[in-house]
Design a binder for this molecule. Sequence first.
Ligand SMILES: *Cc1c(COP(=O)(O)O)cnc(C)c1O
Length: 429
Amino acid sequence: MAAQFKADRDYAFALDRDDQLHQFIQRFYKLPDTIYMDGNSLGLLSRDSEASLLRILDEWKNLGINGWMNADIPWFYYTEKLAAMQASLMGAQANEVIVTASTTVNLHSLVRTFFRPREGKDKILMDELNFPSDIYAVKAILKNSGLDPDTHLVLVPSADGRMLDESTIIGHMRDDVMLAIFPAVLYRSGQLLNIRQLTAAAHDKDIMIGFDCSHSAGAVPHTFDADGIDFAFWCNYKYMNNGPGGTASLYINQQQLPAHPALAGWWGYDKQHQFDMDLEFHPSETAGAFQTGTPHLLSTAPLEGSLKLYEEAGIHNLRKKSLRLTSYLIYLMDMILPESKSGFHIGSPRENEKRGGHVALEHEEALRINEALKHRRVLPDFRFPNVIRLAPVPLYTSFIEVRDTVNHLKEIIESAEYRNYSKKRGDVA
Ligand SMILES: *Cc1c(COP(=O)(O)O)cnc(C)c1O
């Protein structure tokens, strides 16, 4: 798969020279003298996002409450406007997407709305590698509905603790499952699931299916409508570069609209009549119905600049570069730090069509190697107990940075430099 590369450093410069997207790096605030490989946890700030955020601040300064109707993009329609821009990245119609709340809150809202247990169809299907927050949310919802999570939440097992097998998932889609929720890209291994296959199988069994796209939004071009999924939700502060805790998004398939959201609030009201202040709730016919209160404009504004960047660069071009960056990284690990000599195991799928935007490197000394990398001003991401995730982000990571990261790893392993670091874990890892 990766034989098209060479391992020498000059070759990395050549890859950067040929990279059509290379100039986008200038649009970002790169950390000084640092190789940033953590864009799958918190994307970097672009000048474009800074500008859209500063514009909203300026509008607040100069317009006060009139910003709701008189701002450049009137604040009243801001989240719908951004949703329309984001829809194309997800293969969706504008009215099927809304920018709102946080990932976990949106999951609560979607499950509360769409999980309608009935006799003989009262289970939710997820997987044992799922992001813990998603599991906490679903268990809490079941408990609140008087259902025992031990019997009503079914977790598909993983054979190797890294990946999920689509046929195993489908085997668990039994008649008593009402709702299935899976990650599009697994947060640890970076495995990209076959969304279309899972959706077809779920619908065969009359199961509703939704996807957590936190690790795929902005990294993988989606085709939600064509795949026929029922809903999706994702955070925007990873590949979408919307800033720490930035507002999230959700998608609801046309077929499920209009919907009556469980977490109803006045911001989900039909926009033409929201200010009638009627005590009867008339939700918007769009995914916008899933908004509750006044949108967090200051946590949403950076997304505007970011979406313009995506429009300019093109999600398909970005995906192409991302796959080149990650397959180059895997190639270099194989050439320079093969498992037999280094103890590193590639914990991500090697097939391009099964990989999201990052590469998981497993090592029994991962924690201390991670510390040594940080000391050398490479910012990776550690997942307990043994995974270093490296995300070369196509908008702002160069091939030479990937090459130099592997060289840092080589020096850390060869000199056993990691032994200088403590095995104690920090609070955020
Ligand atoms: C990052 C991430 C989240 C984050 O949830 P928040 O509510 O934004 O904190 C949820 N699910 C997955 C799979 C993630 O990767």
